[in-house]
Ligand binder design. Structure first.
Ligand code: AFP
Length: 339
């Protein structure tokens, strides 16, 4: 008879991780639990997104006369309202808000900072492609009870935890709290995230790349030579690499986490004096970079390890290449002129 499988919920997994830190207060555990509930609510709403046309367009009134919120606004509000009163956070910052998000005065303050992108890939909503939520958690470092911009501007290496939820053919939550990367799949009938991928490891080399090829004319020379190299035929090194690009960082990275390869978003170098990166450091690139490294992969700006970059503003943008360790190192060789 087949041995029954051990089913581990995310709650149990988080508690087991907490037990490894005998001095832990449980604050961090409760913070993650609250976040998980927000992800379940967003997941439920994402699967209903296609019904917006039937029930009423987003931003207008639906047939019941209720206001229909846009999905990205819904995700922002859901996370904020789920996280503002638990007493774990001293402030938040999000892609959907201009400045620092304060904890309302009537609620207690905690020692953590939450940075998030509530609905990554939102331009994919109407085509029914995968979407995601990304989060990054830091510990407060300034004095006083309220969080400050300075608390948000910490290097990626200082993250206490990072993760994402991908709303794809199933909903999956992937996170690291500094002891490897673990993945949980949502069982919608149970309403529970179940451990499905323990100690995830990115293969050291992949055979696919992921970037917006349409931007080639604005890439730097190193990126252009690197991508040309990936397309050359050389069966010994698995080239040509295949191209896979969805346009949702979470979904593109998730594929690389499982299969290996490299995700790239180089800066727009139309004016070489002022290269313009697109992706955001604090709530897109830094959390993905921590996950990549924790899974044995790497993340670079082309010139520097992403996790060492000192942020200077909340919505800072940065160029990135992340994924399989050997692929990322090779990219750096091209960009830095060694190849
Ligand atoms: P949206 O949330 O506006 O769709 O942006 C998604 C994103 O920030 C990231 O998830 C993708 O990797 C990247 O932008 C896609 O950018 P391009 O559309 O320029 O390829």
């Amino acid at each position: 008879m087949a041995k029954p499988q051990k089913v581990v919920t995310i709650q149990r997994h988080i508690m087991e991780q907490q037990a490894l830190h005998p001095t832990a207060s449980g604050d961090f555990t409760r913070l993650l639990w609250d976040l998980v509930l927000a992800f379940k609510m967003i997941s439920r709403e994402v699967t209903r997104a296609g019904l917006a046309e039937i029930l009423g367009y987003a931003g207008r009134e639906n047939v019941q006369g209720e206001q229909v919120t846009k999905l990205d606004e819904f995700a922002q509000k859901r996370i904020f309202e789920q996280m503002d009163h638990g007493g774990h956070l001293c402030c938040m910052a999000s892609e959907e808000a201009d400045g620092l998000i304060s904890i309302p005065p009537q609620f207690p303050r905690g020692k953590y900072i939450l940075l998030f992108d509530p609905l990554d890939g939102s331009s994919n909503i109407e085509v029914n492609a995968s979407l995601g939520t990304i989060f990054s958690i830091h510990r407060k470092r300034t004095p006083g009870v309220d969080g400050t911009v300075d608390d948000c501007l910490q290097r990626g290496i200082e993250q206490v935890a990072a993760g994402y939820c991908v709303y794809g053919s199933s909903t999956m939550l992937v996170y690291t709290a500094g002891r490897g990367v673990h993945g949980f799949t949502l069982d919608p009938s149970l309403g529970e995230f179940l451990l499905s991928h323990e100690q995830m490891q990115i293969p050291s080399r992949g055979k696919s790349y992921s970037l917006n090829e349409g931007n080639e004319s604005s890439w730097d020379e190193g990126t252009r030579r690197y991508v040309r190299h990936l397309k050359e035929k050389d069966p010994a090194t698995n080239r040509p690499y295949g191209l896979r690009y969805i346009g949702t960082l979470v979904a593109d990275f998730h594929r690389i986490l499982l299969k290996g390869g490299i995700f790239l978003y180089p800066p727009d170098c139309t004016d070489p004096q002022t290269p313009k990166p697109k992706l955001r450091l604090l709530y897109e690139v830094a959390p993905m970079s921590l996950i990549a490294e924790q899974a044995g992969g790497a993340a670079t700006t082309g010139h520097e390890r992403v996790l060492d970059v000192q942020p200077t503003e909340i919505h800072q943008r940065i160029s990135v290449a992340l994924g399989s360790r050997e692929d990322v190192r090779e990219y750096e060789d091209f960009v830095q002129g060694r190849r």
